[in-house]
Design a protein around this ligand. Structure first.
Ligand code: NAP
Length: 282
């Protein structure tokens, strides 16, 4: 058999370098763990120094890859450029995989009294910074690219809420809405597809990881019974679901995959409806 077709080669990410925003917790940490377990040198970046240091230590102990951390508050162009510069100052001349994953999760509020600041915070972090960080990392990504055989990669954590026209039922409980979150995810899916237009010819594949509900916070565990009524497969997502998708999106296996959404949701998108609870509370 041709060696290129062996899973150990086709899906290998060993020896690559990755930068993951929001990599100390939740889905970002799942991605960092999947990478470290498969021999990647990982940098996680976010605001909370304690979380960053604890996760970097925990994952490095697992190996065989390593995990380092960089503090960053990614709400401005300047902060994105600083993160790219800090990454370089740590001795990195190239970047194989950039994962734009940081996000503001679980901020729901009443439709008629929605805090204006949330709109700004959501769009600054989940839309604007994704663009500026990718641009700031462009020279490093171009240097890493082995185009067209194994391009460098940008993975953007979007959401099924960036695809479906609607909101999940559990987020509408007691009349609350998650409109800025959903619309910013639609926006970042568009940013990703437009970045792909510009970057694919430069040897950089941009794709979207679009997860359904992955319970990384207590309120998601508390709402488990409501949440799974919307998931045809009858279970929420976990680290192996996330790992499978990001390893695929980072390896030779997806060299020819650009500007697309990988939906990992147990079929939730098949089940979008308006919540009965929302109607009841109108
Ligand atoms: N969990 C789900 O069900 C689900 C489903 C679909 C999509 N997603 C997406 O998955 C991504 C990760 O979310 P999560 O669910 O794993 O929740 P999470 O654990 O709260 O992760 C969010 C991460 O973003 C970082 N972050 C927040 N503000 C930041 C800022 N200003 N600058 C830099 N980093 C910042 C946080 O770290 P610091 O606090 O240290 O800054 C945190 O590590 C998000 O994009 C979210 O929209 C999640």
């Amino acid at each position: 058999m041709d060696d290129n077709l062996l899973i150990t080669n086709l899906f290998s990410i060993k020896g690559k370098t990755a930068l993951i925003t929001g990599g100390a917790t939740g889905i970002g940490k799942m991605i960092a763990k999947a990478f470290v377990k498969n021999g990647v040198k990982v940098y996680i970046a976010s605001r909370n120094k304690k979380n960053l240091e604890e996760t970097a230590e925990e994952l490095t102990k697992m190996g065989p890859g390593v995990c380092y951390s960089i503090e960053a508050n990614l709400t401005s162009k300047e902060a994105c450029e600083k993160l790219a510069a800090d990454f370089q100052k740590l001795g990195n001349e190239k970047l194989d995989i950039l994962v734009n994953n940081a996000g503001l999760v679980g901020i729901n509020a009443p439709l008629t009294d929605f805090p204006e600041q949330v709109w700004d915070d959501m769009y600054n972090l989940q839309v604007k910074s994704v663009f500026y960080l990718t641009i700031a990392c462009l020279p490093l990504l171009e240097k890493a690219s082995n185009k067209p055989i194994d391009p460098s990669r940008v993975i953007i954590t979007g959401s099924i809420l960036g695809i479906g026209d609607g909101q999940l039922k559990f987020s509408q409980v007691r009349g609350a809405c998650s409109l800025p979150y959903c619309s910013s995810k639609h926006a970042v899916h568009s940013v990703a597809k437009n970045l792909a237009v510009h970057l694919t010819p430069r040897g950089i594949n941009v794709n979207i990881l679009a997860p359904g509900v992955v319970p990384v916070k207590q309120y998601l565990h508390d709402m488990h019974d409501v949440i799974i009524t919307e998931i045809p497969q009858g279970r929420t997502g976990n680290e192996t679901d996330i790992a499978g998708a990001v390893i695929y999106l980072s390896s030779r296996a997806s060299s020819w995959v650009a500007g697309t959404e990988i939906v990992v949701d147990g079929g939730t998108l098949l089940n979008f409806k308006i919540s009965d609870d929302y109607i009841k509370n109108l």
